[in-house]
Design a protein. Structure first.
Ligand SMILES: Cc1cc2nc3c(=O)[nH]c(=O)nc-3n(C[C@H](O)[C@H](O)[C@H](O)COP(=O)(O)O)c2cc1C
Length: 187
């Protein structure tokens, strides 16, 4: 699949087939993540491949909705998909120079690097016929303790990974005229 086609046809998938995903396919997808660019090539990302059903149930219990009484729409997907990938970051690497934050964005560059790796992963998965959905609304501290993520690392995001069992509608995007300016920002 061409990159542009993959970018335009990817959708968030929240219903999955139960077919297993073989190790080779998962490795191909993780390999795409590995080749993402990162701050000074620090590669702060780490990935946990979760297949254990009990752990997936526990992960699903950490998901939050937009409000406390609203379920995160990805909850069933995290619970039921054969695989969930949890993306973590080593802190104090991305955005740092000589052990100190190098910009006014402090330590938040790890979010950027992990997002780049995740987007590679998501697009690679889509190009191989698999679906994903970024999950950001969850209790990251609870997940870190559940998955025994060591001190100095944090959990950034997760995605279920498997064969789609739905064809979601296209979510609209803003027009280029609304988001692109030339020479200076125009409000
Ligand atoms: C940083 C980030 C966090 C997200 N968190 C969630 C989430 O917690 N639950 C969920 O169902 N979808 C989540 N999404 C998916 C978005 O809702 C989805 O990408 C957006 O509505 C556009 O739809 P599309 O991916 O099908 O194009 C998240 C997406 C991003 C980029």
């Amino acid at each position: 699949m061409e990159v542009l086609e993959a970018i335009k046809t990817r959708r968030s998938i929240r219903r999955y087939k139960t077919n297993p995903v073989d190790d080779k396919t998962i490795e191909l997808i993780l390999e795409a993540a590995r080749w993402a660019p990162s701050w000074s090539n620090t590669q702060c990302w780490r990935f946990i491949v979760v297949r254990d059903s009990n752990i997936k149930v526990e992960l699903a219990q950490t998901l939050r909705g937009k409000a406390l009484d609203v379920l995160n729409p990805a909850t069933d997907a995290v619970r039921n998909a054969p695989v969930v990938i949890v993306a973590c970051a080593e802190l104090g690497k991305s955005g740092h120079f000589d052990g100190k934050p190098a910009t006014d964005k402090g330590d938040y560059w790890y979010m950027f690097d992990v997002a780049l790796a995740m987007q590679n992963l998501v697009l690679a998965a889509h190009s191989l016929g698999l679906g994903t959905v970024y999950v950001g609304a969850f209790d990251a501290k609870k997940v870190a303790s559940m998955l025994e993520v060591p001190q100095g690392f944090c959990v950034v995001a997760m995605t279920p990974l498997s064969y789609p069992d739905q064809e979601p509608k296209i979510r609209p995007r803003k027009e280029l005229s609304e988001i692109v300016f030339y020479d200076k920002y125009k409000s």
